[in-house]
Write a protein that binds this ligand. Sequence first.
Ligand SMILES: Nc1nc2c(ncn2[C@@H]2O[C@H](COP(=O)(O)OP(=O)(O)O)[C@@H](O)[C@H]2O)c(=O)[nH]1
Ligand SMILES: [Mg+2]
Length: 301
Amino acid sequence: MTTRCGFVALIGEPNAGKSTLTNHMVGAKVSIVTHKVQTTRARIRGVAIEGEAQLVFVDTPGLFRPRRRLDRAMVAAAWGGAADADIIVLLVEAHRGITEGVEKILEGLADIGKGRTVALAINKIDRVEAPTLLALSKSLNERYAFAETFMISAEKGHGTGALRQWLAETLPEGPWLYPEDQIADLPLRMIAAEITREKLTLRLHQELPYQLTVETETWEERKDGSARIEQVIYVMRDGHKGIILGKKGETIKAVSTQARTELEEFLGRRVHLFLQVKVRPNWLEESERYSEMGLDFKDGN
Ligand SMILES: Nc1nc2c(ncn2[C@@H]2O[C@H](COP(=O)(O)OP(=O)(O)O)[C@@H](O)[C@H]2O)c(=O)[nH]1
Ligand SMILES: [Mg+2]
Protein backbone atom coordinates (compact mmCIF):
# COMPACT_ATOMS: atom_id res chain seq x y z
CA MET A 1 0.00 0.00 0.00
CA THR A 2 1.27 3.48 -0.79
CA THR A 3 0.92 5.86 2.06
CA ARG A 4 0.46 9.58 1.63
CA CYS A 5 1.22 12.42 3.97
CA GLY A 6 1.47 16.15 3.89
CA PHE A 7 0.54 19.54 5.24
CA VAL A 8 -2.77 21.19 4.50
CA ALA A 9 -2.74 24.87 5.42
CA LEU A 10 -6.11 26.43 6.16
CA ILE A 11 -6.09 30.12 5.44
CA GLY A 12 -8.75 32.80 5.40
CA GLU A 13 -10.06 35.89 7.10
CA PRO A 14 -10.48 35.90 10.86
CA ASN A 15 -13.62 33.94 11.80
CA ALA A 16 -13.81 32.04 8.50
CA GLY A 17 -13.98 28.77 10.45
CA LYS A 18 -10.41 27.49 10.12
CA SER A 19 -10.14 26.25 13.68
CA THR A 20 -13.61 24.72 13.58
CA LEU A 21 -12.63 22.81 10.43
CA THR A 22 -9.33 21.70 11.96
CA ASN A 23 -11.12 20.30 15.00
CA HIS A 24 -13.78 18.67 12.88
CA MET A 25 -11.20 16.95 10.68
CA VAL A 26 -9.13 15.78 13.63
CA GLY A 27 -12.21 14.69 15.53
CA ALA A 28 -11.07 16.42 18.71
CA LYS A 29 -10.59 19.93 19.90
CA VAL A 30 -6.98 20.81 19.18
CA SER A 31 -7.53 24.46 18.33
CA ILE A 32 -9.58 26.91 20.31
CA VAL A 33 -12.69 28.43 18.74
CA THR A 34 -14.65 31.48 19.75
CA HIS A 35 -17.03 33.83 18.01
CA LYS A 36 -14.44 36.61 18.39
CA VAL A 37 -12.00 37.43 15.61
CA GLN A 38 -8.32 36.59 15.88
CA THR A 39 -8.68 33.85 18.42
CA THR A 40 -5.98 31.68 16.90
CA ARG A 41 -2.57 33.24 17.39
CA ALA A 42 -0.09 30.63 16.26
CA ARG A 43 0.06 27.80 13.78
CA ILE A 44 -1.60 24.75 15.23
CA ARG A 45 -1.14 21.36 13.69
CA GLY A 46 -3.91 18.81 13.91
CA VAL A 47 -3.48 15.33 12.51
CA ALA A 48 -6.18 13.26 10.79
CA ILE A 49 -6.09 9.91 9.05
CA GLU A 50 -8.07 9.03 5.95
CA GLY A 51 -7.42 5.56 4.58
CA GLU A 52 -3.70 5.34 3.85
CA ALA A 53 -3.19 9.08 4.08
CA GLN A 54 -2.14 11.16 7.04
CA LEU A 55 -3.44 14.70 6.75
CA VAL A 56 -1.65 17.30 8.81
CA PHE A 57 -3.91 20.32 9.07
CA VAL A 58 -2.18 23.59 9.76
CA ASP A 59 -4.63 25.94 11.39
CA THR A 60 -3.37 29.47 10.96
CA PRO A 61 -4.21 32.86 12.44
CA GLY A 62 -6.54 34.87 10.23
CA LEU A 63 -5.23 37.06 7.45
CA PHE A 64 -6.12 40.67 8.06
CA ARG A 65 -4.56 44.09 7.97
CA PRO A 66 -2.11 44.04 10.89
CA ARG A 67 -1.76 46.98 13.24
CA ARG A 68 0.25 45.83 16.22
CA ARG A 69 3.43 43.81 16.43
CA LEU A 70 1.43 40.79 17.57
CA ASP A 71 -0.88 41.16 14.57
CA ARG A 72 2.07 41.27 12.22
CA ALA A 73 3.61 38.16 13.77
CA MET A 74 0.25 36.37 13.45
CA VAL A 75 -0.21 37.29 9.80
CA ALA A 76 3.40 36.29 9.07
CA ALA A 77 2.74 32.92 10.72
CA ALA A 78 -0.36 32.45 8.58
CA TRP A 79 1.37 33.16 5.27
CA GLY A 80 4.37 31.12 6.44
CA GLY A 81 2.04 28.19 7.09
CA ALA A 82 0.69 28.50 3.56
CA ALA A 83 4.13 28.74 2.02
CA ASP A 84 5.27 25.54 3.76
CA ALA A 85 2.19 23.49 2.91
CA ASP A 86 1.59 20.87 0.25
CA ILE A 87 -1.97 22.01 -0.19
CA ILE A 88 -3.55 25.34 0.68
CA VAL A 89 -7.25 25.54 1.40
CA LEU A 90 -8.77 29.01 1.35
CA LEU A 91 -11.86 29.33 3.51
CA VAL A 92 -14.39 31.97 2.53
CA GLU A 93 -17.57 32.64 4.47
CA ALA A 94 -20.61 31.95 2.29
CA HIS A 95 -22.76 34.71 3.73
CA ARG A 96 -20.06 37.38 3.58
CA GLY A 97 -18.78 36.66 0.10
CA ILE A 98 -15.87 38.46 -1.49
CA THR A 99 -15.00 41.07 1.08
CA GLU A 100 -12.09 43.48 0.87
CA GLY A 101 -10.18 41.06 3.09
CA VAL A 102 -10.82 38.16 0.71
CA GLU A 103 -9.65 40.33 -2.20
CA LYS A 104 -6.40 40.98 -0.35
CA ILE A 105 -5.89 37.27 0.32
CA LEU A 106 -6.46 36.48 -3.35
CA GLU A 107 -3.75 39.00 -4.19
CA GLY A 108 -1.40 37.29 -1.75
CA LEU A 109 -2.26 33.89 -3.19
CA ALA A 110 -1.25 35.03 -6.66
CA ASP A 111 2.26 34.97 -5.25
CA ILE A 112 2.30 32.34 -2.47
CA GLY A 113 0.05 29.96 -4.39
CA LYS A 114 2.38 29.72 -7.38
CA GLY A 115 3.25 26.12 -8.14
CA ARG A 116 1.06 24.88 -5.27
CA THR A 117 -2.27 23.15 -5.11
CA VAL A 118 -4.83 25.60 -3.82
CA ALA A 119 -8.41 24.61 -3.12
CA LEU A 120 -11.40 26.74 -2.21
CA ALA A 121 -13.75 25.85 0.62
CA ILE A 122 -16.83 28.00 0.92
CA ASN A 123 -17.77 27.59 4.56
CA LYS A 124 -20.94 28.21 6.59
CA ILE A 125 -23.19 27.07 3.76
CA ASP A 126 -25.85 26.53 6.43
CA ARG A 127 -26.27 30.30 6.40
CA VAL A 128 -27.17 30.88 2.73
CA GLU A 129 -29.39 29.65 -0.09
CA ALA A 130 -28.04 27.58 -2.97
CA PRO A 131 -28.17 30.28 -5.70
CA THR A 132 -26.02 32.65 -3.62
CA LEU A 133 -23.53 29.86 -3.16
CA LEU A 134 -23.22 29.06 -6.84
CA ALA A 135 -22.76 32.71 -7.75
CA LEU A 136 -20.05 33.10 -5.12
CA SER A 137 -18.26 29.97 -6.27
CA LYS A 138 -18.35 31.23 -9.84
CA SER A 139 -16.91 34.66 -9.10
CA LEU A 140 -14.19 33.26 -6.84
CA ASN A 141 -13.15 30.80 -9.51
CA GLU A 142 -12.99 33.63 -12.03
CA ARG A 143 -10.49 35.37 -9.81
CA TYR A 144 -8.25 32.46 -9.00
CA ALA A 145 -7.55 29.09 -10.63
CA PHE A 146 -8.54 26.87 -7.70
CA ALA A 147 -7.75 23.20 -8.17
CA GLU A 148 -11.10 22.29 -6.64
CA THR A 149 -14.06 23.95 -4.93
CA PHE A 150 -15.89 22.57 -1.91
CA MET A 151 -19.07 23.81 -0.24
CA ILE A 152 -18.93 23.00 3.42
CA SER A 153 -20.22 23.64 6.86
CA ALA A 154 -17.32 23.03 9.20
CA GLU A 155 -19.64 23.27 12.17
CA LYS A 156 -22.30 20.87 10.96
CA GLY A 157 -19.91 18.64 9.03
CA HIS A 158 -21.63 19.09 5.68
CA GLY A 159 -19.41 18.51 2.67
CA THR A 160 -16.33 17.93 4.77
CA GLY A 161 -16.14 14.25 3.81
CA ALA A 162 -15.61 15.12 0.15
CA LEU A 163 -12.91 17.63 1.07
CA ARG A 164 -11.18 15.10 3.26
CA GLN A 165 -11.32 12.44 0.56
CA TRP A 166 -9.89 14.79 -2.04
CA LEU A 167 -7.09 15.88 0.29
CA ALA A 168 -6.20 12.26 1.01
CA GLU A 169 -5.94 11.53 -2.71
CA THR A 170 -4.06 14.69 -3.57
CA LEU A 171 -1.35 14.79 -0.90
CA PRO A 172 2.07 13.55 -2.03
CA GLU A 173 3.11 9.97 -1.51
CA GLY A 174 5.33 9.46 1.48
CA PRO A 175 5.64 7.99 4.94
CA TRP A 176 3.50 9.27 7.80
CA LEU A 177 5.11 11.97 9.87
CA TYR A 178 3.33 11.29 13.14
CA PRO A 179 2.47 8.18 15.13
CA GLU A 180 -1.03 6.91 14.40
CA ASP A 181 -2.46 8.06 17.73
CA GLN A 182 -1.07 11.58 17.73
CA ILE A 183 -3.69 14.22 17.02
CA ALA A 184 -1.86 17.46 17.62
CA ASP A 185 1.62 18.78 17.28
CA LEU A 186 1.69 21.35 19.99
CA PRO A 187 3.32 21.01 23.38
CA LEU A 188 0.84 20.11 26.11
CA ARG A 189 1.77 23.18 28.11
CA MET A 190 0.73 25.32 25.17
CA ILE A 191 -2.53 23.46 24.68
CA ALA A 192 -3.22 24.00 28.37
CA ALA A 193 -2.55 27.73 28.03
CA GLU A 194 -4.77 27.92 24.96
CA ILE A 195 -7.66 26.30 26.81
CA THR A 196 -7.46 28.92 29.55
CA ARG A 197 -7.18 31.69 26.97
CA GLU A 198 -10.32 30.39 25.27
CA LYS A 199 -12.31 30.49 28.51
CA LEU A 200 -11.10 34.02 29.18
CA THR A 201 -11.91 35.14 25.65
CA LEU A 202 -15.44 33.78 25.90
CA ARG A 203 -16.05 35.57 29.18
CA LEU A 204 -14.41 38.94 28.65
CA HIS A 205 -15.75 41.75 26.55
CA GLN A 206 -14.47 43.82 23.69
CA GLU A 207 -10.75 44.43 23.45
CA LEU A 208 -9.54 42.72 26.59
CA PRO A 209 -8.99 39.24 25.08
CA TYR A 210 -6.58 40.77 22.57
CA GLN A 211 -4.58 42.39 25.32
CA LEU A 212 -3.83 39.33 27.36
CA THR A 213 -1.77 36.23 26.99
CA VAL A 214 -1.62 33.02 28.99
CA GLU A 215 1.48 30.97 29.73
CA THR A 216 1.95 27.68 31.51
CA GLU A 217 4.71 28.23 34.03
CA THR A 218 4.99 24.89 35.74
CA TRP A 219 3.65 21.43 35.06
CA GLU A 220 4.17 18.89 37.73
CA GLU A 221 3.26 15.22 37.45
CA ARG A 222 1.89 14.02 40.77
CA LYS A 223 2.36 10.54 42.17
CA ASP A 224 -1.41 10.00 42.26
CA GLY A 225 -1.55 10.45 38.47
CA SER A 226 -2.87 13.99 38.52
CA ALA A 227 -1.12 17.05 37.11
CA ARG A 228 -0.45 20.27 38.95
CA ILE A 229 -0.41 23.15 36.50
CA GLU A 230 0.42 26.77 37.21
CA GLN A 231 -0.40 29.42 34.68
CA VAL A 232 0.12 33.14 34.44
CA ILE A 233 -2.27 35.50 32.71
CA TYR A 234 -0.37 38.56 31.53
CA VAL A 235 -2.36 41.75 31.18
CA MET A 236 -1.32 45.27 30.33
CA ARG A 237 -3.02 47.33 33.00
CA ASP A 238 -4.05 47.20 36.63
CA GLY A 239 -7.65 47.77 35.60
CA HIS A 240 -7.52 44.66 33.43
CA LYS A 241 -6.32 42.62 36.35
CA GLY A 242 -9.35 43.72 38.34
CA ILE A 243 -11.70 42.75 35.51
CA ILE A 244 -10.17 39.32 35.18
CA LEU A 245 -10.33 38.66 38.90
CA GLY A 246 -13.91 39.91 39.06
CA LYS A 247 -15.94 40.69 42.15
CA LYS A 248 -14.52 38.63 45.02
CA GLY A 249 -12.47 36.71 42.46
CA GLU A 250 -15.62 35.30 40.85
CA THR A 251 -14.50 35.67 37.25
CA ILE A 252 -11.16 34.00 37.59
CA LYS A 253 -12.71 31.26 39.69
CA ALA A 254 -15.24 30.48 36.97
CA VAL A 255 -12.59 30.57 34.24
CA SER A 256 -10.36 28.32 36.26
CA THR A 257 -13.12 25.75 36.80
CA GLN A 258 -14.05 25.71 33.10
CA ALA A 259 -10.44 25.41 31.98
CA ARG A 260 -9.69 22.68 34.49
CA THR A 261 -12.74 20.65 33.47
CA GLU A 262 -11.75 20.80 29.82
CA LEU A 263 -8.11 20.00 30.58
CA GLU A 264 -9.15 16.98 32.59
CA GLU A 265 -11.25 15.80 29.70
CA PHE A 266 -8.39 16.37 27.25
CA LEU A 267 -5.77 14.66 29.40
CA GLY A 268 -8.04 12.01 30.80
CA ARG A 269 -6.93 12.59 34.36
CA ARG A 270 -7.27 14.94 37.28
CA VAL A 271 -5.80 18.41 37.11
CA HIS A 272 -5.06 20.99 39.77
CA LEU A 273 -5.00 24.33 38.01
CA PHE A 274 -3.62 27.51 39.55
CA LEU A 275 -4.09 30.82 37.78
CA GLN A 276 -2.29 34.03 38.59
CA VAL A 277 -2.73 37.44 36.96
CA LYS A 278 0.32 39.61 36.37
CA VAL A 279 0.39 43.15 35.07
CA ARG A 280 3.00 43.57 32.38
CA PRO A 281 2.41 46.79 30.43
CA ASN A 282 4.89 45.83 27.74
CA TRP A 283 4.20 42.16 27.11
CA LEU A 284 3.28 42.85 23.49
CA GLU A 285 6.86 43.95 22.91
CA GLU A 286 8.62 41.09 24.71
CA SER A 287 10.21 38.42 22.54
CA GLU A 288 9.76 35.75 25.22
CA ARG A 289 5.98 36.10 25.09
CA TYR A 290 6.10 35.43 21.35
CA SER A 291 8.24 32.33 21.60
CA GLU A 292 5.84 30.98 24.25
CA MET A 293 3.06 31.38 21.69
CA GLY A 294 5.13 29.76 18.97
CA LEU A 295 5.45 32.97 17.01
CA ASP A 296 8.53 34.64 15.55
CA PHE A 297 9.61 37.87 17.12
CA LYS A 298 11.53 39.86 14.58
CA ASP A 299 12.80 43.36 14.30
CA GLY A 300 10.25 45.15 12.23
CA ASN A 301 7.57 42.62 13.06
N1 LIG B 1 -23.04 28.86 11.05
C1 LIG B 1 -21.80 28.39 11.02
N2 LIG B 1 -20.88 28.88 11.88
C2 LIG B 1 -19.62 28.39 11.82
C3 LIG B 1 -19.24 27.38 10.88
N3 LIG B 1 -17.93 27.13 11.04
C4 LIG B 1 -17.50 27.94 12.05
N4 LIG B 1 -18.51 28.70 12.52
C5 LIG B 1 -18.45 29.69 13.63
O1 LIG B 1 -17.64 30.79 13.23
C6 LIG B 1 -16.93 31.33 14.35
C7 LIG B 1 -15.45 31.39 14.06
O2 LIG B 1 -14.94 30.08 13.95
P1 LIG B 1 -13.39 29.78 14.11
O3 LIG B 1 -13.20 28.35 13.75
O4 LIG B 1 -12.86 30.25 15.42
O5 LIG B 1 -12.80 30.70 12.94
P2 LIG B 1 -11.26 31.02 12.60
O6 LIG B 1 -10.99 32.39 13.14
O7 LIG B 1 -11.18 31.00 11.10
O8 LIG B 1 -10.42 29.96 13.23
C8 LIG B 1 -17.27 30.45 15.54
O9 LIG B 1 -18.28 31.07 16.28
C9 LIG B 1 -17.77 29.17 14.88
O10 LIG B 1 -18.66 28.46 15.70
C10 LIG B 1 -20.26 26.85 10.00
O11 LIG B 1 -20.05 25.98 9.18
N5 LIG B 1 -21.51 27.41 10.12
MG1 LIG C 1 -8.94 30.18 14.55
